[in-house]
Design a protein around this ligand. Sequence first.
Ligand SMILES: C[S@@+](CC[C@H](N)C(=O)[O-])C[C@H]1O[C@@H](n2cnc3c(N)ncnc32)[C@H](O)[C@@H]1O
Length: 199
Amino acid sequence: MSDPYLELHRQKQDRKKRGGEWVENFIFPRLIEYDLSAINLEIGCGHGHWLVNYSQTETSQLFVGIDLISKRIKKAASKVTKQNLKNIFFYKAEATEFIECLDTKISKTFIMYPDPWPKYKHHKRRLIQLPFLKLLSSRTLDDGEFYFKTDHSGYFEWATSMVSESTYWKIIDKEWPHKAKSYFSELLPKNQSFCARRL
Ligand SMILES: C[S@@+](CC[C@H](N)C(=O)[O-])C[C@H]1O[C@@H](n2cnc3c(N)ncnc32)[C@H](O)[C@@H]1O
């Protein structure tokens, strides 16, 4: 499937520069306005159902949702426009590229139902890897948190063992902070989740 955005911005450096400018132009001013030091980030937000709902219950916090697929981000962003929401933004980006260009801190990161890449030969494509956990921790507040949820038991085991192996995170006993359903949690109600705190 061709992606017009990726065709226009083929170079990673170009996409990172655009991401950095987007953060500077849209996120920084809102952080100042809200007197905040960090954002909450959902990676792979899809159409933004869950994050929009969360942002409406925590109106003094700032939320950013990113997704690889332009159409999903357009749909999510249309909810922001229609409901005139001020504390939530959506941006089309790949997770690692976005975090690399993020020149601000993250308070909480959420990943729900990421692609499990079930075949052994594809495990290297899973988002949760040690370098990713290190990168995420470098942009996270000292006591910041990372929430992960999946319906795939193999990926749950993988992610928990990566977090345990990583020297940057520790799994803690903490409830998911917002109970609303995401699009995929409606489809896949059986899931496992954890919360990890940045060390
Ligand atoms: C199964 S959907 C889950 C959507 C939503 N979190 C939910 O619970 O309904 C996974 C989403 O992650 C996005 N995604 C996959 N890999 C990604 C990456 N590396 N960076 C950003 N988004 C990604 C996909 O495009 C897709 O929309």
